[in-house]
Design a protein around this ligand. Sequence first.
Ligand code: SF4
Length: 286
Amino acid sequence: MNLLTWFDPWRSPLCTCPPKLTFNPYTGCDHRCIYCYATSYIRRFYECRPKKDLISRLKREAAKLKGELVSMSNSSDPYPTIEAETGLTRRCLQVLAECNCRIQIITKSNIVLRDLDILKRMPSMVALTITTDDAETARILEPYAPPPAERLKTAEKLLAEGIPVAVRIDPVIPYVNENPESLVKALADIGVPQITASTYKVRMDNWQRMSLAMPKVAEKLKPLYFEKGEKMARYIYLPKDLRLRLLENLAKLAKKYGLKFAVCREGLKGLNTATCDGSWLIKEKS
Ligand code: SF4
């Protein structure tokens, strides 16, 4: 099986991403986010392990690239905690930097800053997920990912070094992070040009973790998902009118603070003022 494959999230009719390749240096992820969707289709997901023969396979496949966008990563984080020791994503980026491609990093980690030197050499951007600016909420939702203040500093440093950044507020969960005005303002203050948002979707395993970690919230969410929610593309979504309200609120905040806005897999692309994944921010290198 190839390492570089066309991004096609379960053929979801709701995905509005431009054509791109997806590449996961690791199987699984050790950030252990309670809402993680990938745990439902990858075994032992939180036991993060590198892909077999990673570098030699990547060299073979990347040599054939013809300027495609390569997105790292969509079923894991390319900067799990163990990357600080293994340096495997760094070695992958070194390989890709010698080939004909553009790079999109999707991460929650400040380890990405270690690889600034390589990202600056190639057409690249970073989609940084900051679900909330509340440290305690983030600790519950994303127990092993860097705290939000670290991620804000990461966005600021990337931008200062000329690497475009879009921030994903994902997932938006009612009663948890539905009014992120202070976060949007902080992002605008450091010059982030775009936010992309997506509401929490239920899969049975992430629901079990949510119920254990946030029982009072889960009690309030239960009727919204299991009585009024709608099943789409293998997930249970919030009812459409509620999703529209939550995401319109975010679109208004983005407008108020001068940021572009997009939604991810919501079927509400009328709210978008930019390409959903932020890849339009990538600058060609001369
Ligand atoms: S960072 Fe992403 S892939 Fe890793 S556990 Fe969290 S949601 Fe899952």
